[in-house]
Write a protein that binds this ligand. Sequence first.
Ligand code: ADE
Length: 237
Amino acid sequence: MRFTFITLFESLIRPYFNDSILKRAIERELFEIDFVNPRDFAFNKHKKVDDYKIGGGAGLLLKPEPLSLAIESILENSQDAHIIFTTPVGKLFRQNDAKRLSKKSHLVFVSGRYEGIDERVIEKYADELFSIGDFVLTGGELASLAMCDAISRNIEGVLGNTFSLKEESYEESLLEAPSFTKPNIFENIAPPSEFLKGNHGRIAALKKTLALAKTKFHRADLYLKSKILQRIKEDEK
Ligand code: ADE
């Protein structure tokens, strides 16, 4: 898998891959990252990449020409580039998108800056538009990075232990059950005693119950969608 970031600010993204799991994954060639800067395609006098909005309005937009040339430079050398624009008007990025996109061979993230991107470039090149939440960032870099992180950990081999993918939050629309580590007593509180007894079947059953309770408490919207809840209702019929 290859991730290409189109951004004016490579330095906002690159350091994230200099440590920990994603660094190791790159060293093990499970995926690669590269960067394209639209400023390198700004062939005007001052290498200008932004301009005022036609028709007025606050802020500056990324100009269409440098960005489209940057994208074309990638398309020239890639048959399978899947182009994602990060924008607050995109659909909400979810765990199932992370899983789906982890099967692609080349993802290109276009990070907007200033007040956004000229709509004609989006219309021409976007395969998908994503938002990472109902808030506005100063630029798309954090959004691209968040998505890349969530996608890459679904690539085979990136997480050493594949069980961690199975048990984690959002599987079947449920949040992950609470977990505990040593010491057994902390601030006078012990984990549920079942966890200490080592009966894996009973621990798994308890985890499901706790996951349901946690989801109901923190995310009632997910709880109502949960497949497990639906199954429980079916069983009760
Ligand atoms: N750019 C600015 N805000 C954003 C958001 N919430 N999601 C994705 N890209 C963005």
